[in-house]
Design a protein. Structure first.
Length: 181
């Protein structure tokens, strides 16, 4: 399992405290070999203390590139319970073809479908259930990752973004020309 984010940001700190204290034990009970990698700069003392008590959790601190950690993971987790932020970590994971479990708050505002692009889970039991499901079902995990990657390609590749930007610019020009008439 992997989580990425600045660990000195309250929503990320809260997410990891909640996940490690409440959800990770449920997962470990069913899949004791599961490890968690927390990739993020500036871990708070609370996060450091939490990790110090777990040999199956790695805290990287700042890294140049999060992609190798994401690549090595089976499931990307987003247990964020406090709103805010840009949700870039989700798009990064989708683009890398990672299967994902997220709270509704973690993926708030993103047009992603439960069971297709990711699993939404807002309770400890559901978060553990969907994470375990993806860990155990290689075919589902790979299919979800493939669908997620295709979603990013279809909507956010450079050509598509440039097309949308060009359309917006043209509408502004047209509006400006109409104002002058």
């Amino acid at each position: 399992l992997v989580f990425t984010g600045s660990m000195d940001w309250l929503p990320n700190e809260d997410a990891m405290l909640w996940f490690v204290e409440k959800i990770f034990p449920l997962i470990k009970k069913e899949a004791p070999q599961t490890d968690l990698v927390i990739v993020g700069r500036k871990p708070t003392p609370a996060i450091q203390k939490l990790v110090d008590n777990h040999s199956d959790i790695t805290l990287t601190g700042w890294v140049e590139d999060t992609r190798p950690y994401m690549h090595e993971s089976a499931v990307f987790i987003v247990p964020i319970r406090i709103g805010g932020g840009t949700r870039m970590k989700i798009y990064e994971a989708l683009a890398m073809g990672k299967s994902m479990v997220s709270t509704a708050v973690g993926a708030e505002g993103l047009p992603l479908e439960h069971g297709k692009h990711l699993f939404y889970a807002d309770t400890e039991a559901d978060f553990a259930k969907y994470t375990l499901q993806l860990l155990r079902d290689d075919a589902q995990r790979k299919q979800m990752g493939k669908t997620a990657r295709q979603y990013v390609y279809d909507h956010f590749r450079w050509e598509k973004v440039a097309e949308v930007f060009e359309d917006v610019c043209q509408r502004v020009i047209d509006y400006s020309n109409n104002e002058k008439s």
